[in-house]
Design a protein around this ligand. Structure first.
Ligand code: GTP
Ligand code: MG
Length: 205
């Protein structure tokens, strides 16, 4: 898919105030600092359209980016940032979870996982919550440029194996780097195909 137009729409504090135009949307979620905002910049080819920071907890609202006037990418706050106050952490958790369960136009949530580490408890629990809550998701492994190719393959296999202890099957996954743009075409192709599928479904509904 070609991205011709990217427009930052606005940031919203809760799902109740998000746009109501019915355009399909794809959200990016994962641990704080995993690379959600960087991935949105990489996918859109717009450095800095989503705010990136070395300090975790940068993204604090639901940030909407409209693509080609037709669909949205949504940059979500991260989970699991230990240094946030208890109240703020609980608030983010609530905002993310109500967004993911109540947002009718959400097509797929891309759950980002840092490929450098073994499966983290918080990611495992978050994915289980997605499963129990029937949130459709894909896995995106991030920061692949920080490891050698063989190590990336080994880590992806180890994380999938760990997840398969509690899952019968896993959704598609993508291996990405915001530095090298690895995975960009694959994710955009997946989004394009998914939008075509839901358009057909709606036509036949
Ligand atoms: P929060 O909004 O705080 O939850 O973080 P985030 O998940 O949006 O992460 P962000 O995109 O702000 O990136 C966090 C840090 O990781 C920044 O210093 C990025 O430059 C770095 N980073 C993100 N993606 C990559 C990547 O693919 N490769 C490398 N080498 N660094 C990355
Ligand atoms: Mg961010």
């Amino acid at each position: 898919m070609n991205i011709k137009e990217v427009e930052f729409i606005a940031s919203f504090a809760n799902v109740g105030t998000c746009p109501v135009d019915g355009k399909p949307e794809f959200a990016f979620i994962g641990r704080s600092n995993v690379g959600k905002s960087s991935l949105i910049n990489m996918l859109t080819n717009k450095k800095g359209i989503a705010k990136v920071s070395v300090t975790p907890g940068k993204t604090q609202l639901l940030n909407y980016f409209e693509i080609n006037g037709l669909w949205y990418l949504v940059d979500l706050p991260g989970y699991g940032y230990a240094r946030l106050s208890k109240e703020k952490k609980a608030g983010f958790g609530k905002m993310i979870k109500s967004y993911l369960t109540m947002r009718e136009t959400l097509v797929v949530a891309f759950v980002l996982i840092d490929v450098r580490h073994e499966l983290q408890k918080i990611d495992k629990e978050f994915l289980e919550w997605c499963g129990n809550s029937e949130v459709p998701f894909c896995l995106v492994f991030t920061k692949a440029d920080k490891l050698g190719k063989n190590q990336v393959t080994a880590n992806v296999a180890a994380i999938r194996k760990a997840l398969l202890q509690s899952w019968n099957e896993l959704p598609p996954h993508f291996i990405t780097s915001s530095e090298t743009k690895a995975g960009r075409e694959e994710i955009l192709e997946f989004i394009e195909k998914t939008i075509i599928d839901i358009t057909h479904q709606n036509e036949h509904a």
